[in-house]
Design a protein around this ligand. Structure first.
Ligand code: SF4
Ligand code: SF4
Ligand code: SF4
Length: 188
């Protein structure tokens, strides 16, 4: 059906265009071999397929503002008009007022692209890593929102305090030159 093919092509175009922005947003994905000026071999990271968005990432980091932040992979996002990572289903109204948003800090920005697509971006400094949007996106959407340790903030503690408190054993050490565990289209 021509209409469906057009939709698929358009969605793919939107995703490809925003993929670079996603990588730029989490900072230094490729070639990250040094950590804050120090040579390190291993860094802490979250396996997004194991994380259950329990909330501990917001409260158990040794930093006052958690090093864990929401990350958005546009290659998986459906650009949904009604995003359950963005809208709180209870009460539910398709209106961007704070009372209708899932995010407690207003860290998700919703922008109309073209009918019927909307783009969702994370205002990183506002994100506290609570994972509420992650839960909503996983429950009703494609799971394109997920949590990652952001290495420009993480202290790379010998024993990560969040890893010790993680009920899903989702934390593991990753090589410093591949510091992020991003979801991929193939894995969904
Ligand atoms: S809901 Fe929580 S994890 Fe998601 S963007 Fe907002 S503060 Fe970050
Ligand atoms: S290693 Fe330390 S700074 Fe990094 S996420 Fe874990 S507790 Fe936070
Ligand atoms: S503590 Fe573990 S399960 Fe809970 S939000 Fe963090 S990574 Fe996910």
């Amino acid at each position: 059906m021509p209409q469906r093919n057009d939709d698929v092509t358009r969605r793919r175009f939107l995703r490809d265009g925003l993929w670079g922005a996603c990588l730029a947003g989490i900072g230094g994905v490729a070639g990250f071999a040094a950590h804050k000026g120090q040579k390190v071999d291993w860094l802490w990271q979250i396996d997004p397929y194991k994380c259950t968005a329990c909330g501990n990432c917001a409260t158990h980091c040794v930093l006052e503002e958690s090093a864990v932040k929401c990350t958005h992979v546009y290659g998986i996002c459906g650009y949904c008009e009604i995003c359950f990572g963005f809208f709180d289903p209870e009460p539910f109204d398709i209106h961007e007022g704070a009372e209708n948003q899932m995010c407690p800090t207003g860290a998700i920005l919703r922008k109309f692209v073209e009918e019927p697509y909307y783009e969702y971006t994370i205002d990183r400094p506002l994100c506290n890593g609570c994972g509420k949007c992650v839960k909503g996106c996983n429950a009703f959407g494609n799971g394109s929102l997920f949590l990652q340790v952001h290495h420009d903030r993480c202290e790379n503690c010998n024993q990560c305090a969040i890893a010790a408190a993680c009920p899903a054993q989702a934390f593991r050490r990753v090589p410093a030159d591949q510091p992020y565990l991003l979801k991929s289209v193939d894995h969904v």
